[in-house]
Each structure stands twice: as structure tokens, then as C-alpha cells.
Design a protein around this ligand. Structure first.
Ligand SMILES: CC(C)(COP(=O)(O)OP(=O)(O)OC[C@H]1O[C@@H](n2cnc3c(N)ncnc32)[C@H](O)[C@@H]1OP(=O)(O)O)[C@@H](O)C(=O)NCCC(=O)NCCS
Length: 194
């Protein structure tokens, strides 16, 4: 699914000409699109730049090249400014991973749109549940996800946690959303309601 959105940078970005007339500035077009293998270096750079802030899982370039098609990206003027991955944990459960939007592109709805895109993809691919693991779950909770015990996502425990040195002590919240109960409009409504 490819959506085109126009980011409104607000009145602060319009400069006044010396005549006092407002200069029209071109609004950047941001495309939400599936990633391709060639995006792997940009995905790697974006995730690496926000590892600490987002307490994100480090990703290798090789891994990203293999899994690029699982990602959705937000692209502005040829630059990738956001990404998120739909990682299958089982036939029924998929995880939203490596969700990040570069600082200058935040609060324009790109994070929500990428999660919407992944939710639509999860529904299309037959997953029942979407989950995520976050130190700060507020973004997901405002989108209708529920905080659940980690044991409600045994697929994640078997897939990743069991081999993790921080197992049972990682400080992350598990959040989950039933895919069949949500559509893009309702995710957006959740965002607008808060
Ligand atoms: C979390 C993150 C991905 C959100 O990205 P984003 O593009 O800013 O997300 P959105 O713009 O869709 O939504 C963020 C907020 O902006 C608000 N917003 C959306 N459009 C807006 C607009 N035009 N004007 C003002 N606010 C807006 C949303 O309502 C939302 O608010 P809320 O979550 O407090 O309810 C981003 O902050 C980030 O990359 N953080 C660092 C990495 C990280 O923490 N990743 C998550 C790990 S699980």
C-alpha cells in the first residue's frame, strides 16, 4: 500500500520577503512505501542513529538487506526519514519492530501511518495479532494497543527473549492489538482522541 501525504510545516516555515509578502515555500511530499533491498543502508543508518533514544534493537546491515521487504518506510525528497518492520513471530502473531522517525520529521503522523500500513499488511497476510515491545508504550497505547503480560506473547519469548541476557528484566512493556478489530481509520481516531 502506498500513501502520499503532504506535511504541513505550519506558519513558522513561511518566510517574509522584503516587500512584506509571504514567500510560498514548497511543501515536502512524504511517501509511505514498502522498503526494498536497496534501502538497507538507509534503514541501517536511521536505526543506528536512534538506538539509544528509542532503546532499539541493534540491526546489522546484512539482516536488514534480508528483511528489507518486511519494512515500511517514510521517504521525503529521496531521504528515508522513518521506518518500521512487520516481523512474523508465528503464523498468527507479528511484531512491529524498529519503529523510528527522524527527529525533524516527527509529530506529522508518520509513525501512526507506518503502524497503520503494517496493521493493514498484517491483516492482509492473515495475522490475528500485532504486538510490540517498548520501554515507553504510550505511543502504542494511544493507538489502541493494550499493555499485556509478556507471557501473553509466548512467540516472542520463544523467538527472542529466551536467548536474551535481560530476559525477565528488560524493562520493556509488551503491547498487543487484535488485527481484526482495527482498521486504519480507527488507529487514526485513537491518535486524534488523545
Ligand atoms: C515514536 C515515534 C516513532 C513516533 O513518530 P512520529 O512520526 O512522531 O509519530 P506521529 O507523528 O504519528 O505521532 C506522534 C505524536 O504526534 C501527534 N501528531 C501527529 N500528527 C501531528 C500533527 N500534524 N501536529 C501535531 N502533532 C501531531 C500524534 O497524535 C502523536 O501524539 P501522541 O502519541 O502523544 O498521541 C518517534 O517519536 C520516534 O522515532 N522515537 C524514537 C524511537 C522510538 O522510541 N521508537 C519506538 C520504539 S518502540
Amino acid at each position: 500500500m502506498t500513501m502520499r501525504v503532504v506535511v504541513d510545516n505550519g506558519p513558522g516555515r513561511k518566510r517574509k520577503a522584503s516587500t512584506g509578502r509571504a514567500l510560498k515555500t514548497a511543501k515536502p511530499q512524504i511517501a509511505i512505501r514498502p522498503a526494498v533491498v536497496a534501502d538497507a543502508p538507509a534503514l541501517h543508518a536511521l536505526i543506528a542513529a536512534h538506538l539509544e533514544e528509542g532503546k532499539l534493537l541493534p540491526r546489522t546491515l546484512d539482516e536488514l538487506a534480508v528483511h528489507a521487504p518486511r519494512f515500511v518506510v517514510a521517504e521525503s525528497g529521496g531521504t528515508i526519514v522513518g521506518c518500521a518492520e512487520l516481523a512474523p513471530l508465528s503464523q498468527t502473531v507479528a511484531e512491529v519492530r524498529s519503529l523510528v522517525v527522524s527527529r525533524g520529521a516527527r509529530r506529522h503522523g508518520l509513525g501512526v501511518q507506518m503502524v497503520e500500513d503494517l496493521a493493514a499488511r498484517a491483516r492482509r497476510d492473515g495475522f490475528d495479532r500485532l504486538c510490540a515491545f517498548a520501554h515507553d508504550p504510550a505511543f502504542f497505547v494511544r493507538r489502541g494497543f493494550s499493555i499485556v503480560p509478556h507471557t501473553w506473547v509466548p512467540e516472542k519469548i520463544a523467538h527472542d527473549c529466551i536467548a536474551c541476557p535481560l530476559f525477565r528484566n528488560c524493562g520493556q512493556y509488551a503491547v498487543a492489538l487484535e488485527v481484526d478489530r482495527v482498521n486504519a481509520a480507527s488507529l487514526r481516531r485513537s491518535a486524534n482522541a488523545n
